[in-house]
Design a protein around this ligand. Structure first.
Ligand SMILES: Cc1cc2nc3c(=O)[nH]c(=O)nc-3n(C[C@H](O)[C@H](O)[C@H](O)COP(=O)(O)OP(=O)(O)OC[C@H]3O[C@@H](n4cnc5c(N)ncnc54)[C@H](O)[C@@H]3O)c2cc1C
Length: 569
C-alpha cells in the first residue's frame, strides 16, 4: 500500500511517462534507500556489538534493524513530522483537559520503538554483560528511524537510575515503566499497559544553572523526605512530552532544591494539577511535543534526599548524556547512509558521484567520522554496563560520557550539512529525510548540558577526581605501540592534562582532543587498517583541513566507503 502510494516519487533510473508529459522523463534520480536492515547491514555496528559482548542480543537487534530500515517507518516518520502535535486545552464541553493530540503515525512509531524494548532492554537484561551495549545499539538504530520518538524513549530509559534513589518508588514503578508497550490513553499510568517518563527542569530564568530554580514544593502531610507527598507550584519553560505518564521535576523546599516524581493523571482519572500553556514551535524535532507548563499544587512524591535534587536527577542526566552521544552518532550514521546511497546511484560526468575523487574524499571522511562516533558511543555504553563492578569503568564512564556527548553533538550539524550537500538540491527539499536530519542535528547539543556546560563538567570531574585522568590515559594506551601518531597525540594530551588549573578557557579544545584520542584508540584496536589509518592521519596527525573531504592522498578511501555502505544502497 505504502509502496504503491510512494512509487511515483521513488522512480529510479529511467521511467517512461504518460503522453502529454513528454518532457517529464525521470532518470538519474537515486531513489529511496529503503527496506534494509539497520543492524545486519551496518558492518561496523555489528562488529562493535560483538567486541563489547552484546551479540547474544542479535535477535532483538535484527528485529529493530528491520523496523528502522523499513519503508514503513520512513513513511510514518514523514507523516508524523508533517501532521504536527496539537495542544487541546479544553474538550468540546469546556472542561480543561490539557492533552496533546498526535497524528496516528506518531503513536504507531511509539508502539514500534517501545515494542523493540529500546527504553527498557538494558534494565530488563541487566544481569547479562553487554546489556547496555545492546540497548545502545537499539537507540543508535532508532535515532536513524525517527528522532522525535527518541526523546520520550530516552527519558524513559534514563529514569531508572534516578528512581533507584527511593527503593520503594523504584520497586513500585520500574516494572511498569519497563513494559515493552506504549499505551497512549490519557489516564492514570497504572491503569495503562505501559508508561512513558518525562522530565521538567528548565525554567525561564535559566536551564544550565538549575540552582536558580524558583518552583516551590510544600509538604502535603506531616511526613518529610523521600517518599513523602508534596504539592508543587511553579512554571517550567521547557517540558517535552507533556503527555508523559509520569515525570521527574525539581522544586525548592526549606532545605533547598529537591527532586520529585509526579504522574500526569491521578488515580481518579483527572489530570494532575498542571496546565499546559502552549507547545513550543520548534526548529526541528517536530513530531515530538515540547511545552511550557504551570504546576498549581501538583501532587508529587519526593525522590531522593531533600535538598539534594541535583544529585538525584544527575543520575538521569548522566545516562541521558550517553543516549545523546549515541543519538547524534545514529543521526550521523543515517546522514552517511543517505549520502553514500545518493552518490552511488546518481551519475555526473559519466561516473557515479562517489567515484569522483573529490566526492570520494568527502564521503570517506564522513564514513571515518561516523564510525569513530559509533565506537566511542558503544565503548561508553559498555562502561555503563560494567561501572558497578569495576572502578576503572566507573571512572571512564564518568569522564568520557560527557566527552562523547560534547563531541558527537558538536559534530552532528557540520556532518549533516556536508551529507546534505552530497545530495545537491534534492537534499534541501522538505520531503527528503535529510531536511529532518538537518533541523534535528543541533538539538542534542542543547539538551541535557550545552557544550560549555559539558566541557566544564569534564574539567570539574578531573579536578575533583584525578584518578579519572589516569583511567582515561590508561584506556587510550591500550593501543600503545600500534600507531606512532596516536602515541604522540596521547603524550600531548597527558602534558595538557597535567595542568588542569589553567584549563577553563581552553576546555573545549582539551575535551575535543580527548574525544579524538579515545576514538583513535578504539579505531586502531577494533576497526580496519584503512579506517584507523585515515583517522590517525587526519584527526591526530593534523593532515586535514577545516571541512570534510580534506583528507590527504594515499588513503584507502574505496574500502572506507565500501565498509560503510548499506548493501541495499
Ligand atoms: C526542543 C527542546 C526541548 C527541551 N525539553 C526539555 C525538557 O523536556 N525538560 C527540560 O527540563 N528541559 C528541556 N529543554 C531545555 C534544555 O535542557 C535547556 O534549553 C538547556 O538546559 C539550556 O538551558 P537554557 O536554554 O536556559 O540556556 P542557558 O542556561 O541560558 O545557556 C545559554 C548559553 O550559555 C552557556 N552557559 C551557561 N552557563 C555557562 C557557564 N557557566 N559557562 C559558560 N557558558 C555557560 C550555555 O552553554 C549556552 O550556550 C528543552 C530544550 C529544547 C530546545
Amino acid at each position: 500500500m505504502i509502496a504503491a502510494i510512494e512509487a511515483g516519487q521513488q522512480a529510479s533510473d529511467h521511467a517512461s511517462v504518460a503522453p502529454g508529459y513528454a518532457t517529464h522523463d525521470v532518470f538519474n534520480q537515486a531513489g529511496a534507500l529503503a527496506d534494509y536492515n539497520a543492524y545486519t547491514d551496518d558492518t561496523p555496528l555489528v562488529e562493535a556489538v560483538k567486541v563489547f559482548g552484546a551479540d547474544w542480543a542479535g535477535e532483538t537487534l535484527r528485529r529493530a534493524g528491520a523496523n528502522v530500515g523499513s519503508e514503513k517507518v520512513q513513511y510514518l516518520a514523514r507523516q508524523a513530522n508533517r501532521h504536527l502535535p496539537e495542544l487541546k486545552t479544553h474538550d468540546r464541553f469546556g472542561n480543561r483537559v490539557d492533552v496533546v493530540e498526535f497524528h496516528p503515525a506518531y503513536h504507531e512509531l511509539m508502539g514500534l520503538i517501545y515494542g523493540d524494548e529500546t527504553h527498557s532492554f538494558a534494565w530488563t537484561h541487566q544481569d547479562k554483560a553487554g546489556a547496555q551495549v545492546a540497548r545502545g545499539a537499539l537507540s543508535y538504530m532508532w535515532n536513524q528511524g525517527e528522532n522525535g520518538i527518541c526523546c520520550p524513549m530516552g527519558m524513559t530509559f534514563a529514569s531508572i537510575p534516578a528512581l533507584r534513589h527511593d527503593a520503594q518508588l523504584h520497586d513500585e514503578w520500574a516494572p511498569h515503566i519497563l513494559k515493552p508497550v506504549y499505551d497512549n490513553r490519557p489516564i492514570y499510568a497504572k491503569q495503562k499497559r505501559g508508561a512513558t517518563v518525562g522530565m521538567g527542569m528548565t525554567e525561564k530564568q535559566g536551564g544550565s544553572d538549575l540552582r536558580a530554580t524558583i518552583t516551590t514544593a510544600r509538604p502535603a502531610s506531616n511526613r518529610r523526605g523521600s517518599g513523602a507527598p508534596y504539592l508543587i507550584t511553579g512554571h517550567k519553560w521547557f517540558f517535552s512530552v507533556p503527555m508523559s505518564d509520569v515525570f521527574l521535576t525539581l522544586a525548592q523546599t526549606e532545605k533547598g532544591l529537591s527532586c520529585f516524581f509526579a504522574s500526569g493523571w491521578l488515580p481518579d482519572g483527572t489530570r494532575n494539577r498542571l496546565k499546559i500553556q502552549r507547545l513550543k514551535d520548534k526548529c526541528g524535532n517536530k513530531s515530538n511535543a515540547s511545552s511550557e507548563v504551570e504546576f498549581h499544587d501538583l501532587y508529587a512524591t519526593m525522590l531522593g534526599d531533600e535538598g539534594r535534587g541535583i544529585r538525584t536527577i544527575i543520575e538521569m542526566a548522566h545516562v541521558t548524556r550517553l543516549d545523546f552521544a549515541i543519538g547524534s552518532s545514529g543521526l550521523m550514521r543515517q546522514a552517511l547512509s543517505q549520502a553514500i546511497h545518493h552518490t552511488t546511484n546518481r551519475r555526473a560526468f559519466q561516473r557515479s558521484l562517489v567515484d569522483l575523487p573529490i566526492m570520494r574524499n568527502v564521503v570517506a571522511d564522513l564514513a571515518v567520522e561516523s564510525e569513530a562516533m559509533m565506537w566511542m558511543s558503544m565503548r561508553l555504553a559498555s562502561a555503563l554496563d560494567r561501572e558497578h563492578a569495576d572502578r576503572t569503568e566507573a571512572l571512564i564512564s564518568r569522564i568520557c560520557t560527557p566527552v562523547a556527548k560534547y563531541w558527537a553533538c558538536k559534530r552532528a550539524p557540520q556532518f549533516v550539512v556536508e551529507a546534505l550537500e552530497c545530495h545537491g538540491g534534492n537534499g534541501f527539499i522538505a520531503d527528503h529525510l535529510m531536511e529532518r536530519l538537518y533541523r534535528e542535528a543541533p538539538l542534542n547539543g542543547i539538551w541535557e548540558g550545552t557544550g560549555n556546560v559539558i566541557c566544564l563538567d569534564v574539567l570539574r570531574s578531573m579536578q575533583r577526581e584525578p584518578e579519572t585522568v589516569d583511567a582515561f590515559l590508561a584506556e587510550i594506551r591500550k593501543a600503545r605501540g600500534a600507531d606512532a601518531r596516536l602515541d604522540a597525540f596521547t603524550d600531548e594530551i597527558e602534558r595538557r592534562l597535567a595542568n588542569l588549573g589553567e584549563f577553563e578557557p581552553v576546555a573545549r579544545r582539551v575535551v575535543e582532543m580527548m574525544a579524538f584520542a579515545l576514538q583513535g584508540s578504539l579505531l586502531v584496536r577494533h576497526s580496519t587498517p584503512a579506517v584507523a589509518d585515515a583517522f590517525c592521519a587526519t584527526r591526530l596527525d593534523g593532515d586535514w583541513g577545516r571541512a570534510f573531504g580534506t583528507m590527504p592522498r594515499g588513503l584507502d578511501t574505496q574500502s572506507i566507503v565500501d565498509r560503510a555502505r548499506i548493501p541495499a544502497g
